[in-house]
Design a protein around this ligand. Sequence first.
Ligand SMILES: Cc1cc2nc3c(=O)[nH]c(=O)nc-3n(C[C@H](O)[C@H](O)[C@H](O)COP(=O)(O)O)c2cc1C
Length: 184
Amino acid sequence: MRALGIVGSLRVASYNKALLRAAVEQAPAGMSVETFDIAPIPPYNQDVEVLGIPEPVAALKRAITEADALLVVSPEYNYGVPGVLKNAIDWASRPPGKSPLNGKPAAIMGASMGTGGTIRMQLALRQTFLFTETYVMVKPEIFVARAQDRFDEQGRLTDDKTREIVKQFMAALGDWARRFPRPA
Ligand SMILES: Cc1cc2nc3c(=O)[nH]c(=O)nc-3n(C[C@H](O)[C@H](O)[C@H](O)COP(=O)(O)O)c2cc1C
């Protein structure tokens, strides 16, 4: 079982990058989690797309195709999905109906410094994944609120309760992905 982790924050000390690292640590036996850095993905432009897919986009699409599950870990920006993440998903969604996102099992996690823990971002992303027919895990959900109280300065998860929830979430993602096996 291979999961692909994508983070919607580019900053080095990102709590969401830290949350993905915690998810990697808590992944169940038999699941590996590879991380894909979306920083090199250019802004979506259909004029560019028709001339040829930029290499970072091709790499993203390949990585999604080869993964058994997609794990999106993202902050919430202005009650929505960060532009860099939405942009990467827009590229990956092409061509509609035949994109690597179609039928891909996925899960969404998020950490924020506020009390909402990315609730609105997650709902907005679920709406996008409706169009792409990406099978987002229904439950459990994870909303890591007040991330600054749960990670230390080195980005290590210090909150045992959150670690346990992440562990359960990753086990559930493994079960969810097995319901939608990748075509041979
Ligand atoms: C442009 C911008 C918009 C933000 N909007 C929200 C928001 O809508 N809700 C929220 O809880 N936090 C919001 N925040 C604060 C983030 O929760 C906080 O910056 C968080 O650390 C970002 O995630 P990261 O640590 O993974 O980069 C926003 C931050 C930025 C930079």
